[in-house]
Design a protein around this ligand. Structure first.
Ligand SMILES: [Zn+2]
Ligand SMILES: [Zn+2]
Length: 337
């Protein structure tokens, strides 16, 4: 099975949190959290279309400038999502700079900023050519868990308690079309952008009897094409599977309410990225700072029935002792019911 998304933590577990989620066969990516983005190349940064910020503590938001810097001067819209009060924090970032020359920019860069409230999502658009001036609301839509819904996936959010509202996030593929590479080879078809068109046709449930044209470029830029019947091609080269679920939980207190919500929200995830800031013996500190311990993280992963989990956001006090956190979570995961 080959999922369409390959999420990876941007930094080591002692550095800023952030999950980079590139799409397979597409120059596109999502981002959960906006901490230090230094390890991402410009090419990777430019793939990002949607950013979901759990909360605006500095370690989760300091990468905003890096992203803005690289998108300036491009004809793009960057979509940002964050918890209540997010507009004010984005506006604070934008107002830190001088924008007197942007009127002359030929391109049309925009920031579409969304504030996720318990029952509504509010949207504002900040336009580069206008110097990112404070804007009126452009929309207010009901929210009941789904933040973003696209043809092949959805992103859900839940507001958790970090002494401020903090978003838990998940990404779920609706179902995915798995391409069998060997079959492509047998048919003499190269991989390429046509595979996206092919997947889109399947996701949109186009008539299996309709024609599908496979096109690709050969050396010297000559375009080649072959015509198939969509259903026949699907039978030959694809396997359709239920999509993977990836969840991301960080900066939350181990309160009974949070734990209940986290288990429900991350239920049956294929992969759970979860913070483990402290060891159980420092659980008083963890509670005071509204963070999880490795033990609680392991227990939550087990109770939610997740297939795999990855720990991150370790407190610097455990530098060179990461295995103690890993060990404690593993022990709790194996023990929990
Ligand atoms: Zn944090
Ligand atoms: Zn925090």
């Amino acid at each position: 099975m080959r999922p369409s998304f390959h999420p990876r933590l941007i930094n080591d577990p002692f550095s800023d949190p952030g999950l980079f989620i590139p799409f397979l066969f597409e120059k596109r990516a999502l981002l959960f959290d906006l901490g230090d983005l230094t390890p991402l190349s410009s090419k990777d940064l430019l793939k990002i279309t949607h950013v979901f910020v759990t909360h605006t503590h500095m370690d989760h938001f300091v990468g905003f400038d890096t992203l803005l810097r690289i998108f300036l001067g491009r004809d793009k819209t960057l979509h940002l999502f964050g918890p209540p009060d997010f507009f004010r924090h984005v506006e604070g970032k934008l107002s830190a700079y001088t924008w007197n020359l942007v009127k002359e920019y030929k391109n049309d860069f925009k920031l579409e900023v969304n504030e996720v409230h318990p029952e509504r999502i509010l949207t504002k658009i900040y336009v580069c050519q206008d110097g990112f001036q404070d804007q009126e609301l452009v929309s207010s839509r009901p929210f009941s868990g789904t933040i973003l819904e696209e043809q092949s996936f959805s992103v859900k959010g839940v507001l958790l308690d970090h002494r401020i509202p903090c978003l838990g996030l998940s990404l779920k593929e609706n179902f995915y079309v798995n391409i069998i590479k060997e079959r492509l080879k047998d048919l003499g078809l190269p991989v390429g952008p046509w595979l996206n068109r092919f997947k889109t046709a399947i996701y949109q449930e186009q008539d299996p009897q309709s024609e599908f044209v496979v096109t690709w470029k050969e050396k010297e830029n000559a375009t080649r094409e072959r015509i198939f019947i969509l259903g026949d091609l699907a039978e030959k080269i694809a396997r359709i599977s239920s999509g993977q679920k990836v969840a991301y939980i960080t900066d939350v207190a181990a309160s009974p309410e949070n734990c209940k919500n986290i288990i429900k929200f991350t239920k049956w995830a294929d992969m759970l990225f979860i913070e483990a800031a402290f060891l159980d013996r420092e659980k008083e500190t963890a509670l005071k700072k509204y963070h999880l311990t490795a033990r609680v993280s392991g227990e939550l992963a087990k109770k939610a029935g997740v297939k795999h989990y990855r720990l991150f956001h370790f407190s610097p006090r455990y530098k060179n002792r990461a295995e103690e956190l890993e060990e404690e979570a593993r022990w709790a995961y194996e023990r929990a019911e």
